[in-house]
Design a protein around this ligand. Structure first.
Ligand code: HEC
Length: 110
């Protein structure tokens, strides 16, 4: 019964979609991370298309590589890169989708 309840709670919190993005990405970035908004546009400038931005984000979160980082070199030299994401591939994809939907400009410009 307890297990069922916990599963239900987890399912409900995950099905809210954007919540993984807020609980994971936003919560940490508020404290340690640089501006998610600024980073989004840095990624958009470099990778241009939705598919390529999402792919680059996914790969960086899985395996943060100082050579691929778009952060200022000085920042990386002082702080290093972050740890690989603990999210499952599925959850990470959802978080990135929410991130994209939050800041995408395509479709908003009329
Ligand atoms: C535990 C804290 C933490 C979590 C969770 C986290 N980040 Fe970060 N993130 C950081 C820090 C610190 C940096 C700067 C260091 C770096 O670039 O590796 C960073 C860098 C980034 C960058 C720039 C990468 C680069 O260097 O080019 C992006 C984009 C980003 N985060 C997006 C996200 C998204 C999307 C999520 C959720 C899936 C997320 N972050 C989750 C702490 C976090």
């Amino acid at each position: 019964m307890v297990r069922l309840l916990i599963t239900a709670i987890i399912l409900v919190s995950f099905s809210k979609g954007g919540d993984i993005y807020h609980q994971n990405c936003v919560n940490c970035h508020k404290i340690y991370g640089p501006s998610l908004k600024k980073l989004f546009f840095d990624y958009l400038l470099v990778y241009s298309s939705e598919r390529r931005v999402k792919k680059a984000l996914f790969e960086y979160m899985k395996n943060p590589d100082p050579k691929k980082s778009l952060m200022p070199k000085e920042y990386i030299r002082q702080n290093g890169v972050k740890k690989p994401s603990k999210l499952s591939d599925e959850a990470l994809k959802k978080a990135i989708d929410s991130y994209w939907n939050r800041y995408k400009v395509i479709g908003k410009i009329k």
